[in-house]
Design a protein around this ligand. Structure first.
Ligand SMILES: [Zn+2]
Length: 401
């Protein structure tokens, strides 16, 4: 067994100890000491980090024989005397979150008979799982109650109880382990059997804030932050809100409705732009058709146009080809060029075939259907491409059947 200093003194960050065993497995050096202030991952609380002698402690684990294994970056010989140093910032953060969890869980239990069935202390956020679903008001009431206990700065005590003593105690959650228990009590509010590290007074938790919640396994999962994490989270949200307000010129509480309004306006504008685009295409198409060249029974227009993207060219060609006898072949002005070929339903021409022939000469790729085909990535001089396009269309036009 390793003597666990943190059981009785969670604020101890420096200690001396003797190495009981030292082993290397899978490239990890694991050191066991006669006593330690390092907390091993357990009960939802992550391990401590720090240094041992001249090496870094990068993980701490509970071993099966009741000892604590320190995973270190360099081996230390058995029997050596070492000085240990625990990273206090990390430990204190864990103490704030863990004690906050006890108080928050007790508040849910006392106010709503909602039991805590899971807890995980993460690197940024902690989660708490409840066995029932509560509304926003009920959540806020428990959150307020938990903070009242924090601000009353109630003592948080550690004591050890024999099974007989434990039998007469009222725990929030009935302990499952046998033998002596380590009991953590938030004065007149919560009594829990727990092996974790906690602050000595509730006031050290600072503040407890529920960040979000969702339904989870018949109950709900809450994300919460305590102490310094709550301040960090506040700063993140403050900056995000302030950044949004600069764009929208509204009060913070009006932000959701302002975003909803802006989205609705955006949707309306898109619809208007689409309608105007269609009208513009129809108008331009009529102008194109007026310039069409008569080839047999067909009216053929081949042109390279500035300021139209592929969807625009497609709309324009389709609008032109909606008139009887029209073949419209349109190129974009830029290079590589995009091309769209459309023909009216009464014209005997395979647009996809026209596109294939053009791609053979100028590269790129494309395809489509007999009445509408499109392609892109064509390289060549504008005049050459339009001339080739006109020639391909003329040579493939057949009299209407
Ligand atoms: Zn605890």
């Amino acid at each position: 067994m390793t003597e666990r200093i943190y059981y009785t003194d969670p604020t101890c960050t420096e200690f001396d100890a003797t190495v009981r065993s030292s082993s290397a497995a899978d490239g990890r050096c694991v050191v066991v000491l006669d006593r330690t202030a390092f907390y091993p991952t357990s009960g939802g609380q992550p391990y401590d980090t720090g240094s041992l002698g001249g090496t870094d402690v990068v993980d701490v684990v509970d071993l099966e024989d009741g000892t604590v294994g320190h995973v270190v970056t360099a081996p230390i010989g058995e029997g050596a005397r070492v000085h240990g140093r625990v990273d206090w910032a990390r430990r204190f953060d864990h103490m704030q979150q863990h004690t906050g969890q006890h108080i928050l869980s007790a508040a849910f239990d006392r106010l709503h008979r909602a039991r805590t069935v899971g807890f995980h202390l993460g690197a940024v956020l902690s989660t708490l799982d409840l066995d029932k679903v509560l509304g926003a008001e009920a959540l806020a009431a428990a959150e307020s109650e938990a903070n009242r206990i924090v601000w009353e700065d109630r003592p948080v005590s550690i004591r050890f109880a024999t099974p007989e003593e434990a039998a007469s105690m009222t725990f929030r959650k009935e302990p499952t382990r046998s033998g002596p228990l380590r009991v953590i009590e938030v004065e007149d509010f919560d009594m829990s059997a727990c092996g974790g590290t906690h602050v000595a007074r509730a006031g050290q938790v600072g503040v407890i804030a529920v960040r979000s919640w969702e339904k989870f396994r018949g109950g709900m999962r809450l994300e919460f932050v305590c102490g310094a994490r709550a301040l960090r989270e506040f700063r993140v949200l403050r900056d995000a809100v302030a950044g949004s307000l600069r764009f929208l010129s509204v009060a913070p509480q009006e932000l959701p409705s302002a975003i909803e309004g802006a989205q609705g306006e955006n949707k309306d504008l898109r619809r208007t732009i689409r309608d105007l685009g269609e009208r513009l295409a129809a108008h331009e198409a009529a102008a194109l058709v007026r310039r069409a060249r008569q080839v047999g029974a067909a009216r053929v227009v081949v042109d390279a146009l500035d300021g139209w993207d592929q969807p625009g060219l497609k709309a324009l060609a389709a609008a032109a080809a909606s008139q009887p006898g029209v073949v419209a072949a349109l190129l974009s002005a830029g290079e590589p060029a995009v091309v769209v070929v459309a023909r009216a339903s009464d014209v005997n021409l395979d647009a996809a075939e026209v596109l294939r022939a053009l791609v053979q000469q100028f590269g790129g790729k494309g395809g489509g259907k007999p009445d509408l085909a499109q392609g892109g990535g064509l390289a060549g001089a504008r005049a050459e491409m339009t001339a080739a396009l006109a020639q391909i269309i003329e040579s493939r036009l057949r009299p209407a059947p």
